[in-house]
Design a protein around this ligand. Structure first.
Ligand code: ATP
Length: 433
């Protein structure tokens, strides 16, 4: 079966590996030549992944039977609608349903209207006067969120990114003036306190099927220190829960997602694709931080390698509204570790050569996924910033530059995988305490 995969990061490499296990013929559309995806593909279209018409006509010429969309940017541009209009069933929501990620106010309003559990208090502002009044009257910590996609850089949390009312006002003004997130309007939410976790699920519009829970770590250095990055690594547990969560926490988080899916279907915009909830486990139970409408990065690399069954068949069934009630994942813990150049998270670099002894890594039992790595002239390179003809928004995590990802299954992988990578050292940043 000919399958189009859109996106060229670590997440898409993991998707491609899962499809390849069931002998899919892969046709990849990506901004840079991911060497892991390239070697599994029959053909590759390099360029902007939001160039919807170009990708659809390329897919039609190659008689693609099914499409899987990795990143959110092409979903926001309506790639699913266009592919399906061309007769290609697609794993990914319509532009309208993708609003669960692309419009934060849409999601919060839906949750309020339908009384979906797990919602923090929120307010929306489109003028500075109203926001000023709110800030002056408030006696609690809050979070400021642009409404649209901002490449993971828009949300500012009291205590992390700002710590005075004056700074809050300044950021509110900046969003309104610069239309950060695409519009002169933003959300304010009560600040939630707890442990974050990720719940990904397959959804065919009606049925929602969960994947194992995972937790990622964003700080650059050990001990949760250093700058926030797009992600340094993630893990999942053999029981598919997490050490700090109860079964009841999972049930409640899943209820938030199920009720959302039901609400989307009743408003005539059913959600079909991968729904991924970012939750905070608080003292009052799990609260939704945000929805994403695609696999998580890096948590997709935890769950996809332990998926048991025919992933190609599952994608086909999802895209045609026929998901089974449950799917199986191996009862194994996983650890995903980013291997990054020095300076990652604050001073990303690009264009340098990378040496990876893949065979030695394979012998340790770990799986290797490439993200922001370019294969050119028989060598691997740190992918250039904004490489190719891509739009600035095409990636959700711009700080990821020149990463390889190692996904280890506990008990099989060994720490020695690091001995087999050589990544250039950055200038000026020591990279850890
Ligand atoms: P990303 O693309 O990195 O997932 P995003 O820009 O889509 O981010 P969110 O996921 O909504 O935005 O928020 C980013 C981070 O901000 C969350 O992972 C969480 O750490 C923090 N955050 C968001 N909302 C809240 C909240 N209400 N209370 C506390 N922290 C929050």
């Amino acid at each position: 079966m000919n399958v189009l995969v859109v996106g060229g990061g670590g997440r898409e490499h993991a998707i491609v590996e899962a499809l390849h296990r069931n002998h899919a013929d892969i046709f990849a559309a990506m901004a840079n030549q991911n060497p892991g995806i390239r070697r599994r593909s029959k053909d590759v279209l390099l360029g902007d992944v939001t160039a919807v018409e170009r990708i659809v006509s390329w897919a039609k010429e190659r008689a693609v039977d099914l499409a899987v969309i990795g990143p959110e940017a092409p979903l926001e541009k309506g790639i699913t609608d266009a592919l399906e209009a061309a007769g290609i069933p697609t794993v990914g929501p319509s532009r309208e349903a993708a609003q669960l990620e692309t419009n934060k106010e849409f999601t919060r309003e839906l949750m309020r209207r339908e009384e979906i559990p797990g919602r923090p208090q929120f307010w929306a502002f489109d003028n500075l006067g109203g926001f000023e009044e709110f800030v002056n009257d408030s006696d609690f910590e809050f979070v400021i969120k642009p409404l649209g996609l901002t490449g993971g850089k828009g949300v500012r949390v009291w205590g992390d990114h700002f710590s005075t009312k004056a700074e809050a006002l300044a950021y509110g003004r900046e969003i309104l003036e610069k239309k950060i997130g695409g519009t002169s309007r933003f959300l304010v939410e009560e600040k939630l306190v707890g442990e974050e976790f990720s719940l990904q699920a397959f959804c065919d519009g009606r049925t929602l099927v969960p994947m194992p829970l995972a937790q990622d770590h964003k700080r650059a250095y050990e001990g949760d220190k250093g700058p926030n990055t797009g992600g340094m690594g993630s893990y999942s547990n053999a029981d598919h829960l997490l050490p700090f969560l109860t079964k009841q926490d999972f049930v409640q988080a899943f209820e938030t997602m199920t009720r959302t899916i039901q609400a989307m279907a009743s408003r005539g915009t059913p959600f079909k694709g991968i729904l991924y909830g970012g939750f905070m486990a608080t003292n009052d139970g799990p609260k939704l931080l945000e929805f994403n409408v695609r696999f998580a990065d890096p948590e997709s690399m935890n769950v996809l390698p332990i998926f048991e069954g025919d992933f190609l068949d599952l994608c086909g069934r999802l895209a045609t509204g026929n998901l089974p009630a449950s799917v199986k994942f191996a009862p194994q813990a996983t650890v995903c570790k980013y291997v990054v150049p020095m300076g990652y998270g604050s001073r990303p670099k690009a264009g340098e050569q990378l040496k990876v002894d893949e065979e030695s890594i394979r012998r340790t039992g770990a799986k290797l996924f490439f993200a922001s790595v370019e294969g050119k002239g028989g060598h691997l390179w740190l992918a250039p910033e904004g490489g190719g003809a891509a739009q600035g928004r095409r990636r959700e995590h711009p700080p990821h530059r020149g990463e390889a990802l190692l996904c280890e299954r506990r008990g099989e992988g060994r720490a020695s995988v690091h001995d087999h990578l050589a990544i250039p050292r950055g200038r000026g940043n020591r990279g850890g305490p």
